[in-house]
Design a binder for this molecule. Structure first.
Ligand code: BDR
Ligand code: CA
Length: 299
């Protein structure tokens, strides 16, 4: 399965990247970064650092968007919990151009996984009128359909950060699957995952074990329980078939371009498949997948 990943790396984006890299049936064709949890430039540096630890070489392009700041308490000063990662070189193409060229090179084969604001996807749609018909599927982590949002009563971070872009992505006519907070808030790790990653001891898993405690701190402060929701890893796992939906209706859905609310509306002109439930135990499945990754050993 050929994937273009768009992300704002980001602690849970880092875990999602590990899921994609760990799957032997996935070829990561390229990564574009977007303003969100951190700047697109910092997100690219973070992605390149994680790829270096995983021993993988993948084109990483910087995109754009709207950097609003304010995520430092969730994701740390650099987006990855303040942990220093190795360096790397970005691809010279802007992220929307990378997406357009990959889709044109592999018509009907490229699956898009978007784990940050939709700015790059909307820019790519504006660049290429053929893009929507060339892409096989689009999975977006975002939205709060039947539950409260995490940035306002109705809105979720990725959608609210660039609501007009999200509205354009939902309206583009390509097959969109939305993976909202309705599902991801219930797909969780407890603190034993930190120890399991640390015990694995390879460079990528060790770095992940150092990156994620800040994320636990944030959610523990909110809920009183030392657990984290696996927003982005759940979306990545669904996109590649690691998780199977058990409740995923195609809904009339519209994005309010000012608030970023994702509104279920049978009369809406735009539709998306919305995943509300999955089979099995998503947290353990995601952890087992990362631990089974063919990462280089520590030297
Ligand atoms: C989303 O917002 C970001 O903080 C996470 O990386 C995830 O993509 C959850 O609302
Ligand atoms: Ca993200």
């Amino acid at each position: 399965m050929l994937i273009y990943l768009d992300c704002d790396t980001g602690i849970d984006d880092a875990l999602a990247l590990a899921v994609l890299l760990a799957r032997p049936d996935v070829t990561l064709a390229g990564v574009g970064t977007v303003d969100g949890n951190t700047t697109a430039v910092q997100a690219a540096a973070n992605t390149l650092g994680l790829l270096a630890l995983a021993g993988r070489s993948v084109p990483v392009s910087v995109g754009g968007g709207v950097f609003l700041g304010g995520s430092e308490t969730v994701h740390g000063s650099n987006g990855v919990g303040g942990v220093s990662l190795p360096g790397g070189s970005v691809d010279p193409r802007p992220a929307p151009s990378l997406l357009v060229s990959l889709a044109a090179a592999h018509p009907g084969e490229l699956h898009v996984v978007a784990l940050g604001p939709c700015s790059n996807l909307a820019a790519a749609l504006a660049l290429s009128p053929s893009l929507a018909s060339q892409v096989a599927s689009v999975t977006v982590m975002g939205g709060a359909v039947r539950v409260p949002g995490n940035v306002s009563g109705r809105a979720e971070f990725n959608i609210a950060n660039d609501a007009p872009a999200a509205a354009a992505v939902v309206a583009a006519g390509w097959p969109v699957t939305l993976v909202p907070l309705d599902l991801t808030m219930g797909c969780r790790w407890d603190a034993s995952a930190i120890a399991a990653l640390a015990a694995d001891g390879r460079p990528l898993t060790t770095a992940l074990s150092q990156i994620i405690p800040l994320y636990y701190d944030f959610y523990e402060e909110e809920s009183g329980v030392r657990e984290i929701p696996l927003h982005d890893p759940t979306a990545a796992a669904l996109a590649v078939g690691l998780l199977t939906p058990s409740d995923a209706p195609v809904l009339g859905l519209r994005v309010d371009p000012s608030s970023g609310a994702t509104i279920e509306d049978p009369s809406a002109a735009t539709r998306a498949r919305v995943v509300f439930e999955v089979e099995g135990r998503p947290g353990p499945a995601i952890l087992e997948t990362i631990l089974a990754g063919d990462w280089p050993p520590s030297t």
